[in-house]
Design a protein around this ligand. Structure first.
Ligand code: HAM
Length: 441
């Protein structure tokens, strides 16, 4: 999809006319995008902190990449025939005619950065994670947005099936930390460049023999991307899909062995899973192991919270040396839906100390006092809306402040301040320096 900036809209008006004409127009967020209000961001921060903590235990470090890249990066990585590249990218040209796209996923950018910065030179295993927004121009519905957020993990430099199982075990630990239950792990092998072409040819032949029975999308996919037919959700296609040969029956010996070892390692880690021979994923870079973690809390179609797999050829496709890769991304919006309503365990925004004042002079004293206390790590709060002292104390109650301290002329001259613990009304008089000690204790 091409986006052109309509400069005409702005250039046609002088600044004054522009403001005058549009003064009453309310601008809303773009369809498929969302604001996260403070009550929501607390849970998001908790999720992100759990990711940083748990991934850190396994040696992962954060990588941040730009949110737009040359379009060709995504076309080459994700696959020119995929829905993402064909229909869902936000693509725009700069004044020199170069084409860029907002990133629809993170793997391509991580691999690009991996090659660009020569991370492969030390020959070791690189464990990377990223957190950030992704963009896909899909029809918005529950669990499907145009700007959504992923937490992703990529491990480059090994094809060991035990590492795949370790990544999945790490995900389990992360979900356990957040007390998320009810996710089902689906695994499959989509073969490799040796065995998959013959399977795809077989699929294409079968699809073509009964072409009229399939939905129009499947008929099209029979030509462009036959594997994706297995993922079709149209009810009429389901009995036909059941009769198609599965890839499991057509894996080469090496892929079969890899898949079996991967499952053994999952058993060893006591990670439950179900083999789903129809799990094919919507990105072309996968070989061998693919997996998803699904939840029935998300409904029948957009039910994957996590998707991932192995992508051994991708570094080479993007011009780097032969390097094996494996990873996943989880959708934060979908995870939040699965987590549902839960008591907010995050740090409260209630102040530690509410500073009340009587007049202009004590207001200035409170400003200085608040600054001093914040330097001591105390959440100090004071009113900026000209409230009376009584109204200030009502506000302190409403905010749930732990302590209050009212400052007037007497306190300023004596240097002693009345500190009231709101929980039980206990009152102590302390020096300026002692305030933070009392509040912290
Ligand atoms: P993906 O399956 O396209 O894989 O996306 C991963 C996750 O992102 C999905 O399971 C879902 O939770 C979330 N997601 C995707 N599209 C949307 C959307 N439109 N609205 C809301 N959430 C969405 C990838 O992106 C691969 N890069 C994963 C990967 C990393 N494979 C190997 N390494």
């Amino acid at each position: 999809m091409e986006i052109y900036w309509e400069t005409r809209i702005i250039r046609g008006f002088s600044d004054l006319e522009y403001r005058g004409n549009f003064r009453t127009m309310k601008i809303k967020s773009v369809r498929g995008t969302h604001d996260l209000l403070p009550e929501a961001t607390q849970l998001w921060q908790e999720i992100e902190a759990a990711a940083r903590h748990n991934f850190g235990l396994y040696g992962y470090a954060e990588l941040r990449t730009p949110i737009f890249e040359e379009t060709e990066l995504f076309a080459r990585s994700i696959g020119a025939a995929t829905d993402i590249v064909q229909k869902e990218m936000y693509t725009f040209a700069d004044s020199k005619g170069k084409t860029f796209s907002l990133r629809p996923e993170g793997t391509a950018s991580v691999v690009r950065a991996f090659i660009e910065h020569g991370l492969h030179h030390d020959g070791g295993i690189h464990r990377l994670y990223y957190i950030g927004p992704m963009f896909r121009h899909e029809r918005p519905q529950k669990g499907r947005y145009r700007q959504f957020h992923q937490i992703g993990v990529e491990v480059l430099g090994s094809d060991h099936p035990a590492l795949e199982a370790e990544v999945i075990e790490m995900l389990h630990r992360f979900f356990e930390h957040l007390e998320v239950e009810g996710l089902e792990l689906l695994v499959n092998s989509v073969g490799c460049t040796n065995c998959r072409p013959a399977y795809i040819q077989l699929l294409r032949e079968q699809l073509n023999t009964q072409a009229s029975d399939w939905c129009s999308q499947c008929r099209q996919r029979a030509e462009t991307n036959p594997l994706r037919v297995l993922d079709c959700k149209t009810p009429d296609c389901q009995p036909l899909i059941e009769k198609l040969p599965t890839i499991e029956e057509h894996l080469c010996e090496e892929c079969r062995r890899h898949f079996s070892r991967f499952r053994n390692y999952l058993d060893l880690q006591q990670v439950p899973y179900r083999v789903d021979p129809r799990l094919v994923r919507g990105l072309d870079y996968y070989v061998r192991t693919t997996f998803e973690m699904v939840s029935d809390r998300l409904g029948p179609t957009q039910n994957a919270v996590v998707g991932g797999g192995r992508y051994d050829g991708l570094v080479e496709i993007l011009g780097g040396p032969a390097t094996r890769g494996f990873g996943f991304a989880l959708g934060i919006e979908r995870l939040v839906t699965v987590m549902g309503e839960r008591p907010n365990k995050s740090q409260s925004v209630a102040p530690d100390l509410f500073l009340g004042f009587l007049d202009d002079a004590s207001f200035e004293e409170c400003i200085q006092l608040a600054s001093h206390l914040r330097g001591e790590g105390i959440h100090a709060y004071l009113d900026f809306q000209g409230r009376s002292l009584k109204a200030q104390m009502r506000l302190a109650n409403r905010l749930g402040s732990r302590f209050t301290c009212v400052v007037g002329e007497e306190e300023m001259t004596s240097g002693r301040f009345p500190l009231k613990r709101m929980e039980d009304g206990h009152l102590v008089t302390v020096t300026r320096e002692e305030i933070s000690v009392q509040v912290k204790s």
